[in-house]
Design a protein around this ligand. Sequence first.
Ligand code: PMP
Length: 359
Amino acid sequence: VSERKPPYLRSALDSIPPYRPGRKVVGPDGRSAKLSSNESPFGPLPSVRQAIADAAADLNRYPDPAAAELTAALARRFHVPEEHVALGAGSVGLLQQLLEATAEPGAEVVYAWRSFEAYPLLTGLAGATPIHVPLREETHDLEALAAAVTDRTRMVFVCNPNNPTGTAVRETELAEFLDTVPEHVLVVLDEAYREYVQDPRVPDGVQLYRDRPNVAVLRTFSKAYGLAALRVGFLIGHPQVVDAVRKTLVPFAVNHLAQAAAVASLAAEQELLERVAVTVKERERVRAALLADGWTVPETEANFVWLRLGEDTLDFAAACEQAGIAVRPFAGEGVRVSIGLPDDNDAFLTVARTYPKRN
Ligand code: PMP
């Protein structure tokens, strides 16, 4: 078989690294903690499981393509009209839909870096040009982001809180930034971790988008709501953006179980937020312990902490793996560690405490 790339494959794929699945790691004590994907450590609530089981009776039918019940529930929850809500197969699905709706080859998509890895991946896949604006002290440099906008820019992503650093931009600076972005650019506020935010100075994007037609907000059921496996995310934006995003959804991509589970999760929001409070408390405990041990850890508003480790990144991640803890290394940069259950967090802290170096 020839190694030459077949001529029918697009060159846009060349820059995209092949998919590498995460490995399950097991420590000597049998521990296997997955602190690598920012998931909720809690399984679905009993009421959500029941809704999924009930919905399973209808699996011979296609799902509601309009997801009417979920759309209505989200509109009520966020006090927005239903025409302002679009659904996708995870918020990553919505990112792809947004790119399909806005970016042709030659278009530029601007975002801070390092940030969520799907931004370069999906921008490249769309054949558009990614423009990376370096973080400043682990946080978004909004002035530099604004300065990177050109006539060719179609979208700017602002990940708030930022994955993987956990840092969040504040209301005054973000509002000011949004007001300077020209109207030919759509600003997407990616708020996948919004439910974990405690700092009252960090804005709720749903408040910021209201008076700004070129601002949309992305949220997900994958993190605080604990439904990562079901793939359901949503966008809140103005009707023309929502219509465009709805047009680019693969038909029936938001499946029936996902719709039912998301509706049931919204009905059980109070219980889910109690779990979020546990994670937030653990986050503060983990960060305080790391700081007390001499580590440098940026303030985090998400369900993970970031350790900038530079050249020690892979070595530290290997030490975690040996103890049965999967973390997320970014070679040469740092390690992102999700907040899990207290016992797993303690095991991680033990690795960090006994690691011979600090960052
Ligand atoms: N945005 C950010 C910032 C993320 O970190 C993630 C998941 N890691 C997503 C979006 C996508 O999540 P999902 O597709 O599960 O909704």
